[in-house]
Design a protein around this ligand. Structure first.
Ligand code: GRF
Length: 197
């Protein structure tokens, strides 16, 4: 049974899907703690699913490294098998990637390496892309640059707004996230090996 610590910044709809999947006794992973970089709405999921939560507001720190050091202190006691960034709108500092890597995965609402960064859905629309997608990646020191673990295309439809397109991408993200964690748990995906490649 993989023990996960999940990190969020927002509503946590991806995390909710993972928590619901983990309610199935057959699912080989469970979330042991939920963390956030602000007072995120998704922290309420901790109460709903009976999981401890913590918040390390980025705004209270002088820089990314000192924020990362405080966040690592909250994560370390759980000694997670896997750190899951499910809607965390922050780049982890190198010290955290060194400490918890390569057991760190992230979901991204684009078909990487297309449209990396914080505005992926908006960027796809602005580029006039006919299709975009969703990706789950292994987190490295770069911005959405790690090995791709799973991804799928999503069409951009006429009249799409950022919100509408994002709402079409998220169900794909959730399915890829739940499937990727399953593949890591059963050894189909070897993060150590991928991080060496
Ligand atoms: C997801 O699309 C994630 O990839 C992106 O932000 C969104 C978060 O959604 N970084 P939620 O908080 O899980 O609803």
């Amino acid at each position: 049974m993989l023990e996960l610590v999940a990190l969020i910044s927002g509503a946590g709809s991806n995390l909710r899907a993972l928590l619901e999947a983990a309610e199935d006794a057959e699912y080989p992973a469970r979330v042991v703690a939920i963390g956030a970089d602000r007072d995120a709405d998704g922290l309420e999921l901790g109460e709903t699913f009976g999981i401890p939560t913590f918040s390390v507001p980025y705004s209270r720190f002088a820089d990314r490294e000192s924020w990362g050091a405080a966040l690592s202190e909250q994560i370390r006691p759980w000694s997670p098998d896997l750190l899951v960034l499910s809607g965390l709108m922050r780049i982890l500092p190198p010290s955290m990637v060194r400490e918890f890597g390569p057991n760190i995965i992230n979901t991204h609402p684009a078909y990487l390496p297309e449209f990396p960064g914080a505005h992926a859905v908006r960027d796809a629309l602005a580029a006039g892309a006919a299709e975009t997608g969703a990706s789950v990646i292994l987190v490295d020191d770069g911005v959405d640059s790690g090995p791709i673990l799973a991804q799928e295309r999503v069409p951009v439809l006429p009249g799409d707004t950022e919100a509408r397109l994002h709402d079409r991408i998220k169900p794909v993200e959730r399915r890829l996230l739940i499937g990727t964690i399953l593949d890591i748990a059963n050894g189909t995906i070897d993060l150590q090996e991928l991080s060496r490649a």
